[in-house]
Design a protein around this ligand. Sequence first.
Ligand SMILES: [Fe+2]
Length: 317
Amino acid sequence: MAVMRIGHINIRVLDMGAARHHYENVLGLLPQAEDAAGNVYLKGWDEWDKYSVILSPSDHAGMNYVAYKVQHDADLDLIKGRIEALGREAEMVAAGALPFCGRALRFNMPSGHLMYLYAEKEFVGKSVGVTNPEPWPDGLKGAGAHWLDHCLLMCELDPEKGVNKVAENEAFFREVLEFRLTEQLMVGPGLVVQAAAFMTCTSTPHDIAFVGGPQMGFHHASFYLDEWSDVLKAADVMGKNKVKIDVTPQRHGITRGATIYFFDPSGNRNETFGGLGYLAHPDMPVITWTEEEIGSAIFYHTGELKESFTTVYTEGI
Ligand SMILES: [Fe+2]
């Protein structure tokens, strides 16, 4: 397998003090480092590499890039070759270009989103260690999120102009990065337009997702919780902290995840979700949702698609 898992996401924030309160005290991430440029590095207690989130001070919200970790350093050369064989650009950057990481491969997805792959990042270990570990550490704050789980990126979709960056990304991730399609949403006459694609490189229902919209953007970064009761508790934490909630606890039809969507103080959407949904083995058949069931696909209980869910999002690069 070429790509192992999501590694980290770089999110731009407008007010670092407010952002740190949100990511540390509401989500429960643990600060690991701060650099001279004011970037703050955080990780979940159940993660072992140095960080999974970089908050960068900026005057406009959004995502700078997302990085995934490959298993072997040589995978970077292999994938660089595959990308270049398509006539696309990919640049190998030196160790340290991604902070605390080894060399990395930098390229743009067909949708335009910036992506890095790397094989090495400084190891710090889980909060509970690896020798006779407790099931969870004392002193967790807020929702106590375990790890950064996935991201959802908005991709330009305009069938009338023949533009479908969802489908282009889906093909690129499948053919070049060896992700597998787990679920898709098909729309339009004859249901031939792929309007959403959920893809995995592990055995979870999605490690990245692409949804079509008027322009490319950053829809959300998602953080893992154990189960439904943790999702409810996370919503309580958000209520306590006056966090702007987008969607109260719900179940997705797609991926079966139990979810809450909310915004960080800069307007970047976050998700906490519980449960693994199902195991996406390599031979699992692709699940297809059709346009008339789009409401249930996204919000299974109400079956109604909240308009702001697909129209409100921050910049994707
Ligand atoms: Fe999600």
